[in-house]
Design a protein around this ligand. Structure first.
Ligand code: ADP
Ligand code: GLC
Length: 485
C-alpha cells in the first residue's frame, strides 16, 4: 500500500510550547506514527518558547495571508522533533506569536486570537506547497485549526488542483474551548457571509471555529470513547451536542497514548532517584522524601497525595475546595502543583498557609516538579468534573502512583477500580461529583495503603498497564487509511 502522509496541525506541541495535554499528544503522536511507517509531520506556530529552545531550524520559504484586506507576511521553517526523524514546521510571524504566553495572560485571552489562529490555519494550507508536502490527511486539532477543514472545501482552495484529494480529520481535545468570536470578525476568515449560517460556522450570532471543524471535517475524533458519547448529550455537549449527534457515524474516540520515553521512572532525569516496577518501593520512598523536603512538609510514611493540574472548574477544584478541611482531617498529606484561575490560586495559597504541616502548594507551571510529584507521591488525585482523556492519571500509573479519579470521560476508560478480593484494578474510582463520594474513595485508597501486600499488588498492576502509543497510534493509522481511501 502507498505510504500514508499526514500533516498534524496544532497550536501547541511538546517540547516546543505547552499549556496542557494537547501539547503532549501533538508532540509524541508523529513519532509513534512514524514507527508504523507513516510519514507524519507536525506544524505549529513559532512562539517565543520555540525561540528559547533554539531548535536547529532552516528556513524553507515565505508566504502571505490576507486577513480582511491586511496582508501579513509569514515564514516557514523546518526542524526535527527531538530524538526523532519526524519533521516539524514552524509558522513564523512575530507580531502574532512572539509572546510570553500562548493564548492569554492572567486569565484574559489575547484580543487578536481570531486573527492569530485564522492566520495559522491559512498558513498551514499555504505552506504545503512551499514545503512540497501534499498529505493524504490533515489532522487538525482543536478550535485553533478548526477552519482548515472548512477552507479546503471552500472556493478559497477547492478550485486549486494541488488541494484535491486531501482529506481532513478533526480532533476535539476539549469541547469547552470553542474559539468563539463576534460576527464582525467574519471578514478575517476570508469566507463569504454565506458561511455565517447555523448549518456552517454561526453559533448563536457568533463565529465558532470548533464548530467549523466539526461541520466540515471528513472524520471527527476525540480522545476517549466515553467522551465521544458524553459530548453528544445535552449535559456535556456545550451546545454542540445536536451537531455531534448528527455526525455520530463519523465520530470516534481514541484514548491518548503517552510518551514512554519522556515519562519513564527508569531513566527520568528530572526525578531524585530512578526506579522500575521491581524496585518501586525503595525508589519511590527516596523520591517521596525529597518531595516532602521540597514542599517543607514533615517527613513520615503517611500516604502522600499529589495533584498536578490546570486550576479550572473542569478539573474539580471546587470539589477540592469543599472537601479540603475533611481531607486535612485524615492521616494524609497533600502536594499540589497548578496554575490557572486567579480565585483558585488564591484559595490554594491561603489553604497552604492554614495547613503548613499537611498541605504544600506551588502555583506555577513547572515540568520538573510535575515529574517529581508523579515519582514521589503515593496517590494521584484527579477529581475532574469533565475529562476528555486526561494524561496525568496515565503518567501516575507509569510511576506506580495510584490514581483516585472521578468516573468521567477518559478517566473511566483508563482507571479500573481496585478489587481487594481478586487483586484486579489499577486505581480508585468515584462516581458522584460531591465531596462525600471523593472522601470515601480517599479513605479506601488509604486503607489499601495500610495493607502492604495489597498495595504492592496494586502498584504492580498500575506499573504494568500499557498506555504507550502502540495500540492508539495503530488505531489512528487505520482510521487515516480508511478516510484516505
Ligand atoms: P489538560 O490538557 O486538560 O490540562 P491533561 O491531563 O491531558 O489535562 O494534560 C495536562 C498536562 O499538562 C500534563 O502533561 C501535565 O503534567 C501538565 N501540567 C498541568 N499543569 C501543570 C503544571 N502546573 N506544571 C507542569 N505541568 C503541568
Ligand atoms: C485536553 C483535555 C485532556 C486531554 C488533552 C489531550 O486538554 O482536557 O483531558 O487529555 O486535551 O488530548
Amino acid at each position: 500500500m502507498k505510504e500514508l502522509k499526514v500533516l498534524l496541525a496544532a497550536s501547541e506541541a511538546s517540547p516546543f510550547a505547552k499549556t496542557g495535554g494537547l501539547a503532549d499528544v501533538a508532540g509524541s503522536l508523529p513519532a509513534a506514527l512514524s514507527k508504523l511507517g507513516v510519514d507524519c509531520r507536525l506544524i505549529i506556530p513559532k512562539y517565543k518558547s520555540v525561540y528559547n529552545m533554539r531548535p536547529n531550524t532552516s528556513k524553507v520559504g515565505e508566504f502571505s495571508v490576507n486577513l480582511a484586506g491586511n496582508v501579513y507576511l509569514g515564514e516557514v521553517e523546518e526542524a526535527k522533533i527531538p530524538k526523532t526523524q519526524a519533521s516539524v514546521y514552524f509558522i513564523k510571524n512575530d507580531r502574532f506569536f512572539f509572546r510570553d504566553e500562548l493564548y492569554q495572560v492572567k486569565g484574559r485571552d489575547y484580543d487578536d486570537n481570531a486573527s492569530r489562529f485564522i492566520f495559522f490555519s491559512r498558513a498551514v494550507l499555504e505552506v504545503m506547497k512551499i514545503i512540497q508536502f501534499k498529505p493524504d490527511i490533515i489532522f487538525a486539532n482543536d478550535w485553533q485549526t478548526g477552519l482548515i477543514p472548512a477552507y479546503l472545501k471552500s472556493p478559497l482552495y477547492s478550485d486549486d488542483v494541488f488541494y484535491h484529494g486531501i482529506k481532513t480529520v478533526f480532533s476535539i481535545h476539549n469541547l469547552a474551548y470553542q474559539g468563539i468570536f463576534w460576527h464582525l470578525d467574519m471578514p478575517l476568515t476570508g469566507l463569504g457571509w454565506d458561511y455565517f449560517t447555523p448549518e456552517k460556522i454561526e453559533f448563536y450570532g457568533k463565529i465558532n471555529l470548533l464548530k467549523a471543524g466539526i461541520v466540515f471535517a471528513d472524520q471527527i475524533t476525540t480522545v476517549s470513547p466515553t467522551y465521544a458519547r458524553e459530548i453528544q448529550t445535552q449535559e456535556m455537549g456545550c451546545g454542540l451536542e445536536g451537531l455531534l449527534a448528527e455526525r455520530s457515524n463519523d465520530l470516534v474516540g481514541i484514548v491518548n497514548g503517552i510518551d514512554y520515553e519522556t515519562w519513564n521512572p527508569e531513566n527520568d532525569k528530572l526525578i531524585q532517584k530512578t526506579y522500575n516496577s521491581g524496585k518501586s518501593a525503595a525508589g519511590k520512598a527516596k523520591n517521596k522524601l525529597s518531595l516532602l523536603e521540597m514542599f517543607g512538609l514533615p517527613i513520615d510514611d503517611r500516604p502522600l497525595i499529589g495533584i498536578v493540574s490546570r486550576l479550572d472548574e473542569q478539573k474539580g477544584i471546587d470539589l477540592l475546595h469543599n472537601a479540603l478541611s475533611e481531607i486535612m482531617g485524615q492521616q494524609v498529606k497533600l502536594v499540589i502543583l497548578g496554575k490557572g484561575k486567579p480565585e483558585y490560586e488564591e484559595f490554594l495559597a491561603a489553604a497552604a498557609a492554614k495547613h503548613p504541616d499537611k498541605l504544600g502548594v506551588r502555583i506555577e507551571f513547572n515540568e520538573k516538579i510535575a515529574h517529581q510529584i508523579q515519582a514521589g507521591a503515593d496517590i494521584f488525585l484527579m477529581p475532574s468534573k469533565v475529562e476528555p482523556c486526561g494524561l496525568n492519571q496515565l503518567y501516575a500509573l507509569r510511576y506506580g502512583t495510584i490514581p483516585v479519579v472521578r468516573k468521567t470521560g477518559g478517566l473511566s476508560d483508563t482507571i479500573i477500580d481496585f478489587d481487594p478480593a481478586d487483586g484486579s484494578g489499577n486505581g480508585f474510582v468515584f462516581e458522584e461529583y460531591n465531596p462525600l463520594s471523593m472522601i470515601r474513595a480517599i479513605k479506601r485508597v488509604c486503607e489499601t495503603y495500610r495493607a502492604p501486600k495489597l498495595w504492592k499488588k496494586l502498584v504492580n498492576n498500575a506499573m504494568e498497564a500499557d498506555f504507550s502509543w502502540n495500540s492508539s497510534a495503530q488505531k489512528y493509522k487505520e482510521l487515516f487509511e480508511k478516510v484516505r481511501s
